[in-house]
Ligand binder design. Structure first.
Ligand code: ZN
Length: 140
């Protein structure tokens, strides 16, 4: 684009990423407990990003399909977000042309919550499920 790293870092104050995931159809979604494998996965993601997910008393849903949702099991979409505000520490890394991983690790020290964390929260809230999340963000 012909824009230097410095130009970007000095003009952009906040970066927002968004992915759209399908919401489970409330009419036909089938409630069940999280499997042990799913619990392990969610806890691993929590550890990676230093977030504690509480699965106590929470259920997940399998997509089934009915007339309401055209047999897809999903109905409408919802955005999952991550917001990265460019503070001085991040700005410095961008100017130094640091890797995405370095920038992400630095951001995690502040209040940055990655897409995956927002996504998992929406799975725990029963809005979508791990299968749908995995279609948009590779999680397994
Ligand atoms: Zn349905």
């Amino acid at each position: 684009m012909g824009v230097s790293n410095y130009d970007i870092s000095s003009t952009v104050g906040t970066l927002v990423s968004q992915r759209l995931v399908r919401k489970l159809c409330k009419k036909c979604a089938k409630k069940r407990e999280f499997t042990d494998e799913e619990k392990v996965l969610i806890n691993q993601i929590g550890e990676r990003y230093n977030v504690k997910f509480n699965l106590e008393g929470k259920y997940t849903y399998d997509a089934v399909g009915c007339r309401e949702c055209n047999n897809s099991g999903y109905y409408e979409r919802i955005g999952i977000f991550e917001i990265l505000s460019i503070e001085d520490n991040i700005r410095e890394l961008i100017v130094k042309d640091a890797s995405t991983i370095e920038i992400r690790n630095e951001a995690l020290k502040t209040n940055y919550k990655p897409l995956l964390v927002d996504g998992i929260n929406k799975v725990i809230d029963g809005i979508t499920n791990l299968k749908e999340l995995d279609r948009k963000l590779v999680i397994y």
